[in-house]
Ligand binder design. Structure first.
Ligand SMILES: NC(=O)c1ccc[n+]([C@@H]2O[C@H](COP(=O)([O-])OP(=O)(O)OC[C@H]3O[C@@H](n4cnc5c(N)ncnc54)[C@H](OP(=O)(O)O)[C@@H]3O)[C@@H](O)[C@H]2O)c1
Length: 332
């Protein structure tokens, strides 16, 4: 089969002929129709991820058609249109993932290939209202946003929610979910154009975090926030503490801007804040997310669809934060 292989640190993805995976009894082979990028793919390429090994076929997100099933797997899966939950071995508690937790696309080969293998328990019917490209946009980002917003931060209708850096793949799902839930949602972005697009998706308003007065501008616009969703961390995190309402929850799942510095503990305890870390999601989160998407007939925002041979351009677009929504690879 053809696959996009990352052969070493800082190397481009190259199209190679590799062996089609062979199956264990509880596994299935999916003919990938579309895959999507996550920032994780870039972190692995540049060596900023735990447990890196090369060569590797990247890609945690994919949708396609089941083409082969292992001997213990229900044959009814054959030829079904599916998407894949990339999280494996979450473990027995909803509170956190087990040590064995693994994400498709490292250490196991991922979805940037004609075929990918996965455990049958990770298969879900592709929501009927979505194309393969839209379905492939969902898994990793969709479940990360769902767990962060609902399972961890407990966002509820009518609460004020801030999505920091709305252009991110995960952040946009959080925006769509919070709007669908009936929250009053505001956003920040480094791009005015992305703020306008977020308003089109239901945000009340937003500010550009590149403008020095953005914290005060946002306070004037919205007051404070009950829930703040972040993936930047870094020095700007203290501004989020400033923007949180008393009793508020700040949930974050990324550290794009690095280590959090100079947090004033007095602001946190006096306001009775909850600062919550979140990572991907359990099987339960994944299933609840798919139900939510079906119930609200949500359409994941696909930024741009690239051909298989254009994967490096696609990665470049993500590195420069040019995207609004998920960057998708068409693999048919
Ligand atoms: N723990 C987990 O399970 C998990 C899961 C998924 C992702 N992540 C991590 O979360 C981060 C985002 O992932 P992603 O796939 O959504 O990435 P992405 O699509 O590349 O989005 C990154 C976004 O970060 C925003 N950003 C950059 N600088 C910022 C700043 N100073 N303040 C606020 N926002 C800023 C940008 O938003 P604008 O374009 O609007 O400026 C950008 O689009 C990455 O670090 C990733 O590794 C973690």
């Amino acid at each position: 089969m053809k696959a996009l292989v990352l052969e070493g640190l800082n190397q481009p993805l190259t199209v190679k002929e590799v062996e089609t995976p062979s199956l264990l009894p509880d596994e299935v082979l999916v003919k990938v129709k579309a895959a999507s990028f996550n920032h994780r793919d870039n972190w692995i390429q540049v060596g900023l991820y735990a447990g890196i090994k090369y060569p590797i076929i990247l890609g945690s997100d994919g949708a396609g058609v089941v083409s082969e099933v292992g001997e213990d797997v229900d044959k009814a899966w054959l030829n079904k249109e599916v998407l894949i939950n990339p999280g494996n071995f979450w473990g027995n508690t909803e509170k956190y993932q087990a040590k064995e937790f693994k994400i498709l696309g490292l250490p196991e080969d991922g979805t940037f290939a004609e075929y990918v293998k996965t455990k049958a328990i990770n298969l879900y019917d592709k929501p009927a209202h979505l194309s393969f490209e839209e379905a492939a946009a969902i898994p990793l980002g969709g479940v990360t946003a769902f767990r962060a917003l609902f399972s961890r931060a407990g966002a509820q209708a009518k609460e004020k929610v801030l999505i920091n850096g709305v252009g991110g793949g995960v952040a946009l799902f959080a925006l769509q979910y919070a709007v669908a839930e009936g929250c009053e949602v505001y956003v920040t972005s480094g791009s005015d154009e992305k703020i306008e697009k977020a308003k089109f998706l239901g945000a009340y308003g937003g500010v550009n975090y590149r403008i020095s007065s953005w914290v005060n501008d946002l306070k004037e616009m919205a007051g404070g926030f009950d829930v703040i969703v972040d993936s930047a961390a870094g020095e700007g995190f203290r501004d989020l503490v400033e923007l949180a309402n008393p009793g508020g929850r700040i949930v974050f799942y990324g550290a794009t801007k690095g280590t959090i510095k100079d947090l004033d503990p007095r602001r946190i305890f006096w306001k009775q804040l909850n600062i919550l870390g979140s990572t991907m999601g359990s099987k339960h989160d994944f299933e609840n997310m798919l139900r939510f998407i079906e119930q609200h007939k949500l359409l994941p925002v696909v930024d741009k669809v690239f051909d298989f041979t254009e994967a490096n351009e696609a990665l470049e677009r993500m590195k420069k934060s040019e995207q609004f929504g998920k960057i998708v690879l068409k693999i048919d």
